[in-house]
Design a protein around this ligand. Structure first.
Ligand code: HEM
Length: 432
């Protein structure tokens, strides 16, 4: 413990931790928290520090109570190089202007209008699955969620783009972690375009955005962005790419983790199948059904507690602050990782256990103990869309099919920008 009221490695030892961080960020965050507790300070360059804070009070202070003091951290720079001035990576006036244009499409009363497209797209995907065969569930779910975002928001058929987009995202995510820790990490697009393997990935994404923007049917969000008079042509490209990527990869990951967990916990799956059979009685789910599927939603919420696709949220401090007893000097970088907060044993009894019951009825946990969608004004604009989509997709699939992990095949994890199963996730699809 030093005078700042927080523990952590000294400057010399920190070098070793940073080396580990570049190789496995999530494993290293976990190891730091196990070693030093839920407030850790790691020196980072002369007179600068990185704070790893994993209590709900920390998240509340940084994301909500004193949010004006924080901007997206330097660790978002590689992402910014790709996504430019889209909602996820912009700040200040640009962010505010974009959020005002985009937000109404994601209002709950509006999002329910996408429900039939969501369920139909899921039903079509399931209809193509051969019975009794092992598929790459992660890839299938990415194709499905890209298809839903493409159709619902942009009026484009994007399922055919899923495989190359998946590969492009893998390359970008790997580069993002390595790029973060390179000296002089930059947000300049040109630098990343020249990295071998990345140039092709960025070209594919740009091509996809162009096809979407030029698409004749448009789709509601695209028309709104084009017609708002608020968004320049370059910003339109950034926003479409942001919504395409942020809008499908996280939802696909949360569904992949959910199916993995259901395969490991048969009692939870039996209860889910019972609920879906009783409520739907053989038809496709609608938006109105979602409230009548509490166990289905609880399963998803619990999967996102254990495996939050947006596993870390990071900010840079503009001025000195005191964060629940931790003195944070101006210029520090702070991580408030949902992954660690969601497994903090002080707020979550049996933190490693998969117990969807936690999310049934009255919720006992403090508000910022659970933040899969972040918090404050930068909270996920697509949270309602994502929960509706994931519930409808899960119910549609579970109504007719079961996904079983292939025995003996381990599921390695990968956490870069998002936390997802590494590579393919082989699961055997069986008709119920
Ligand atoms: C399970 C699915 C999802 C998860 C776990 C998730 C998580 C998050 C989180 C944690 C943030 C805040 C990041 C930060 O504060 O630094 C965020 C922001 C964002 N998300 Fe999501 N998201 C999901 C689905 C979606 C969907 C479906 C869309 C759009 C269709 C979307 C679009 C965005 C955008 C545009 C932002 C930036 C918002 C802003 O800063 O104004 N997300 N998401």
């Amino acid at each position: 413990m030093d005078e700042r009221g927080v523990r952590g490695p000294g400057a010399f030892e920190a070098v070793r931790w940073w080396g580990r961080m570049a190789r496995s960020p999530i494993g290293t965050y976990g190891a730091l928290a196990r070693r030093y507790g839920d407030a850790v300070r790691v020196p980072f360059g002369p007179n600068r520090a990185f704070f790893l804070l994993s209590r709900p009070e920390h998240a509340e202070r940084i994301l909500v109570a004193n949010q004006d003091n924080y901007v997206k951290a330097f660790t978002y720079r590689p992402l910014r190089a790709v996504l430019g001035d889209g909602l996820l990576t912009s700040e200040g006036e640009t962010w505010r202007r974009h959020r005002r244009v985009v937000q109404p499409v994601f209002a709950q009363r509006h999002v329910v209008g996408f429900a039939s497209q969501m369920a139909e797209t899921a039903a079509q995907a399931v209809g193509r699955w051969p019975d009794g065969v092992a598929l790459d569930a992660a890839g299938e779910l990415r194709r499905l969620t890209l298809g839903i975002v493409g159709r619902a928001l942009f009026g484009s058929e994007l399922e055919g783009e899923a495989e190359r987009t998946g590969r492009a995202l893998e390359a970008l995510q790997r580069a993002a972690v390595v790029g973060t820790f390179l000296p002089g990490a930059t947000a300049k697009r040109g630098v990343y375009q020249r990295v071998p393997g990345l140039g092709g990935a960025m070209k594919h994404l740009d091509g996809m955005v162009q096809r979407v923007v030029k698409g004749s049917s448009g789709g509601e969000l695209l028309n709104l962005l084009k017609e708002s008079g608020q968004i320049s042509e370059a910003e339109l490209r950034d926003e479409v790419l942001t919504l395409l990527l942020a809008g499908h990869e996280t939802t696909a990951a949360s569904l992949a983790w959910t199916f993995m967990l259901l395969s490991k916990y048969p009692a939870a799956r039996d209860r889910l199948e019972d609920e879906v059979d009783k409520v739907l009685g053989g038809r496709e789910p609608t938006a109105e059904d979602v409230e009548r599927l509490p166990w289905t939603k609880a399963v998803l919420s619990e999967a996102m507690r254990l495996y939050p696709p947006a596993w870390t949220i990071e900010r840079d401090a503009l001025e000195d602050d005191e964060v629940a007893g931790v003195r944070v000097p101006a210029g520090s970088t702070i991580a408030v990782p949902p992954y660690l907060i969601h497994r903090n044993a002080e707020v979550w009894p049996n933190p490693e256990g998969f117990q969807p019951e936690r999310f049934m009825g009255e919720q006992a946990h403090p508000r910022y103990a659970y933040l899969p969608f972040g918090g404050g004004r930068r909270i996920c604009v697509g949270a309602g869309f994502a929960m509706l989509e994931a519930t409808l997709v899960l119910a549609t699939i579970a109504r007719t099919h079961r996904l079983d992990l292939v025995p003996g095949v381990a599921v390695p994890v990968r956490a870069e920008i998002t936390f997802r199963p590494a590579g393919v996730l082989p699961m055997r699809v069986v008709r119920r």
